[in-house]
Design a protein around this ligand. Sequence first.
Ligand code: IFM
Length: 409
Amino acid sequence: MTELIPGFLWGASTAPHQIEGNNVNSDWWAFEPHMPGMARSGDAIDSYHRYAEDMRLLADAGLNAYRFGIEWARIEPHEGHISLAELAHYRRMIDTAVDLGLTPVVTLHHFTNPRWFTEDGGWLEDRAIDRFRSYVETATRILDGVEWVCTINEPNILALMALMGKSQQQAPAEGDDAEKWLSPTVEGDARPVLPSPDPTIGRRLAQAHQAAREVLKERTGAKSGWTVACQSLTATPGNEEKLREVRYVREDLYLEAARGDDFIGVQSYSSQTVDANGIVPHPEHPDNTLTGNAYRPDALGIAVRHAWETTGHTPVLITENGIATDDDTRRIAYTSEALRHLFATVDDGIDVRGYLHWTALDNYEWGHWEPTFGLIAVDRETFERHPKPSLAWLGDIARSGGKALEAQA
Ligand code: IFM
């Protein structure tokens, strides 16, 4: 029997831009109309107004944690102008979670920047770190009692988005590489492999993370860390050196920057091989997910082991794991297998603090609505929530402290 630590977090994750709706002061909002063939976020799933209902569904099902983000573009819609009403809104969210028995795991930055920040040079501008630090200082006003804070979500994908022009708010010009304007999370025919993130931006983000950590340490009692897209890369025979090279730019730079953090957020969906030419596209297969990924629930175990080693044994929190599918039975099958691989890492002595599923509700997948990752379906016209069987299933496992999964074996 796997022994999980007391207080193990069992929950689900979301991100503001993907669920709230009308994030009008963000760079993504400005960028969306320029993404050829892609959908806009619009009202999203109106969780800005319905967050209490969403959290209640998770708590009633048996989960004990909820990871959600606060939105910089709402809190600071113009540089230096702080919206006290928005700060109060996010404090109410924290209080609601706590009242419902959900441990809040709060993300400070999840892909979107305020529009003014991007228009004035984004992450490569000289004042970027000071601007982010100042936002984090503001955010600490509402973080009293919050135990878990994620500074920046998937900095390795954020660094790629900036490179792809996702933060540029401009339509592709003639002669531009159209691939740059594709969703940063969906792979497929148009662009079989995500481009490499820009390490210059990556190092900038590492500085921003470090600045945020210092502020959080000084002003709050929260544990802080960042959450990395862990790609569970493996080498084809003879290509171990190439693997190290590719993995450093895409992942290890970010894992190494988490050494000494209170936790590392591991986010895992699939796995890919690396050959002499670099990353091999996911092989075509009927089991591929709606984001074009290979069906690889074992990826979670590979990701946790690699993150644990590369961060020098930083405690692990699974901040995202899930599958884009319209078949909820597959979601349950994928997640049970992923959890078994996770439990094996605990059996091997890795310090795992919790499992937060991606995602609570079907939502806006960065340019697309079709890839559905949610435990809860949403009618996008009425905004009615319809829990899927996977929510009750995960809730039962949570209530039993993981034992229900072992009983299913
Ligand atoms: O939806 C995204 C999320 O915003 C970041 N991690 C991956 C998820 C699924 O693609």
